[in-house]
Design a binder for this molecule. Structure first.
Ligand code: MN
Length: 296
């Protein structure tokens, strides 16, 4: 059975049309953060970025789930053969083996591990991706930065017997100048409450190092008009920024990714300048935030 056939079979099993655009709409809308009816799930989190890992782990653990972490697709492929999971949360862009390939290979395994629900978690969901994901055997996807309520709904639904309809297509944003705040304080405050100040401080350090590195890789790739490398660096920067609530970075990265795809790398020069400035401002804002929070 090939991946597409298996995908179709899974959809029939789940008894819903692939194009339906509602995610667990039938579920109770009230915040289910501490819903006692939520069974603890065995979840495999596949993610190569430590900042993103920590943020997802924090939420999943709070909801009472049991989590294993795989750092790339190869590790995920091994893990599913060792243990039964209720759900796999799969990053797409990873070293060694990406999320698409890992999903395709998992779907080709023998036994019920091939049927595990796989939800992609990606900063890179754009037009065409959805079809690519579904064709690979991915059941659904959620966008980075992760929205806590959406994440909770999707995890709960895919982990339970009733499978939800896939998430709607990514909305197409107007091509306007991003004006979102540098830092959404909410995310950092949430992390401070759930993690130790020390851990949040480590994540901020990690962000400093990685964002500087990714920015310079993106700039080099832009100079070389290497669209693939631009996309990889900017996508990673977007996901990591979102994980810490750096919303302006997320918007700028999203704009660059869209321009890159729709018009090519020769059109992103100006936006890359904006990215440089915003990266620096974001780093400064994070440092300022840290010094304001004495526990850090
Ligand atoms: Mn990644």
């Amino acid at each position: 059975m090939n991946a597409t056939a298996l995908c179709q079979a899974l959809q029939q099993l789940a008894n819903h049309p692939i194009d339906a655009a509602s995610t667990c709409d039938q579920m109770s809308p009230q915040s289910a953060e501490q819903d006692p009816a939520n069974a603890a799930l065995n979840i495999l989190l596949v993610e190569d970025n430590r900042v993103n890992q920590q943020v997802a782990l924090t939420m999943l653990k709070k909801w009472g789930h049991q989590i294993d972490v795989a750092w790339n697709g190869l590790e995920a492929l091994e893990a599913v053969q060792q243990q039964d999971y209720d759900l796999i949360l799969m990053d797409i862009q990873m070293p060694e083996m990406d999320g698409i390939t890992a999903t395709q290979q998992i779907r080709q395994l023998d036994g019920k591990c091939a049927l595990v629900p796989i939800v992609a978690v990606t900063a890179n969901a754009m037009q065409g991706d959805r079809e690519r994901f579904l064709a690979a055997g991915i059941d659904d996807y959620i966008a980075k930065p992760i929205d806590r309520d959406t994440f909770h709904r999707v995890v709960h639904c895919y982990g339970s017997q009733e499978r939800p309809a896939p998430i709607e297509k990514p909305e197409e944003k107007a091509d306007s100048v991003p004006a979102s705040p540098l830092l959404g304080d909410e995310v950092l405050s949430y992390l401070m409450n759930e993690l130790s100040g020390e851990t949040v401080s480590e994540l901020i350090d990690e962000y400093m190092t990685h964002s500087t590195d990714l920015l310079s890789r993106a700039l080099v790739a832009s100079e070389e008009q290497n669209a693939k490398n631009v996309e990889y660096a900017v996508h990673t920067l977007k996901g990591m920024s979102g994980a810490l609530g750096a919303t302006r970075m997320v918007d700028i990265c999203q704009h660059i990714l869209e321009t890159c795809r729709n018009q090519g790398t020769q059109q992103i020069g100006l936006q890359m300048n904006g990215l440089s400035g915003t990266t620096e401002e974001t780093q400064q804002a994070l440092k300022a935030w840290r010094s304001e929070h004495e526990d850090c």
